[in-house]
Write a protein that binds this ligand. Structure first.
Ligand SMILES: *Cc1c(COP(=O)(O)O)cnc(C)c1O
Length: 361
């Protein structure tokens, strides 16, 4: 008989834990993991292929361990006067967050976030042997500065995650919350701006708060707005000293030459890559209006997805949509489901399927 997981000498703190498990079903309409469902434009794809071809000629050598050119690209893209010594990157922002936890959390330490929030935070935290502490939000999923600061001061964590705007709820987070939380802790404060490009144009990023806050880090990803989820590239901006801490835990040459080449090429075409963001926001707003008309409650969203409430039985509605070829996400919030804004066609398919399952109260 082949051995089972239970029979292996697994770390005690990992026993009984579940791996990340968003279903990867091959359905015609996949709106469950907040990808940008628009493919990379052909002209950009061609340039990326050329860049990878060039990098391949030297693939017998280890890549630039400091991914200097790519860090410069991210610094330019982010603006705010950032230099490359304030930039870090890895294989997805999940790995960037893991680097932070490896350097600043680990056994005997803790990380904190306001639930419900990104499901990977507790998983990554526990993976480093640290404890996860869940704070609370108002019933509408907002967080208010003084209450947030109070909770963080009480918990006294080593790392705080502020998902802004928040996944899976879509909720915006004010910069006053970031400032208050920062002042309430001696730990690292990570503002995860994975969806920043989908927020209203006039909103300031937490990047504007970096100066003079050496424990603050602002993370971003190319997985959502940039339509680059399959390439696995995330990045962050922080004080150079914080970046130095991440060098202690990364694997040598963690960003392959091919990844660096692909990401660098995509960044050179940032405006084209981001061209679909406004169209996606239109579809998100269309979902909000239509689910309301169907009798559900649309939660405020500054992202490329929408959380809607008033679902009698989310598991049943999820299954009925699945049976109609539409994959969305049951994030475990009672009476709610989450859907990614897709292309106009995909969004229509979802809305038609939802209207036909008819389980609104
Ligand atoms: C999707 C997502 C990420 C991005 O993860 P990658 O590893 O960069 O693909 C990070 N944070 C949040 C909150 C997300 O929803």
């Amino acid at each position: 008989m082949s051995p089972r997981l239970e029979d292996l000498p697994l770390r005690a703190d990992l026993r009984g834990q579940k791996p990340y498990g968003a279903p990867q079903a091959a359905l015609p309409v996949a709106l469950n993991v907040n990808e940008n469902t628009h493919p990379v434009p052909q002209a950009v794809a061609d340039d990326i292929v050329d860049s990878i071809a060039l990098a391949l000629r030297e693939v017998n050598r280890y890549p630039d361990r400091e991914f200097t050119a790519l860090r410069e690209g991210f610094a330019d893209y982010l603006g705010h006067g950032l230099g490359r010594d304030q930039i870090w990157a890895a294989n997805g922002s999940n790995e960037v967050l893991q680097h932070i936890l490896q350097a600043f959390a680990g056994p005997g330490r803790s990380a904190f976030g306001f639930a419900p929030t990104y499901s990977m935070y507790p998983l990554l935290t526990r993976g480093t042997g640290a404890e996860w502490i869940a704070g609370t939000r108002a019933p509408d999923y907002t967080i208010e500065a003084a209450h947030a600061a109070f909770q963080v001061a009480e918990a006294s964590p080593d790392v705080v995650f502020l998902c802004s705007p928040n996944n899976p709820t879509g909720t915006p987070v004010g910069l006053d919350v970031v400032e208050a939380v920062y002042d309430a802790t001696d730990g690292i404060v990570v503002v995860d701006e994975a969806y920043f490009e989908f927020a209203p144009r006039d909103q300031d990023s937490a990047l504007t708060l970096l100066a003079g806050r050496e424990r603050l880090a602002v993370s971003r990803t190319m997985s959502k707005a940039f339509a680059f989820a399959g390439a696995r590239v995330g990045y962050l901006a922080a004080d150079p000293a914080l970046i130095d801490a991440l060098r202690l835990v990364r694997l040598p040459y963690h960003l392959s030459a091919l990844t660096q080449a692909a990401a660098g090429a995509a960044l050179r075409h940032a405006p084209v890559m981001l061209r679909m963001v406004e169209e996606i926001v239109v579809q998100r707003n269309r979902i909000a209006a239509t689910v309301e008309a169907l009798g559900y409650t649309a939660r405020d969203s500054w992202t490329n997805f929408l959380l809607f409430g008033g679902v009698d039985d989310p598991a049943t509605t999820w299954q009925r949509l699945y049976d109609r070829g539409v994959l969305i996400r049951d994030v475990g919030i009672p009476h709610h489901l989450r859907v990614t804004a897709g292309t106009e066609h995909e969004t229509t398919a979802f809305l038609d399927a939802l209207a036909s399952v008819g389980s609104a109260p």
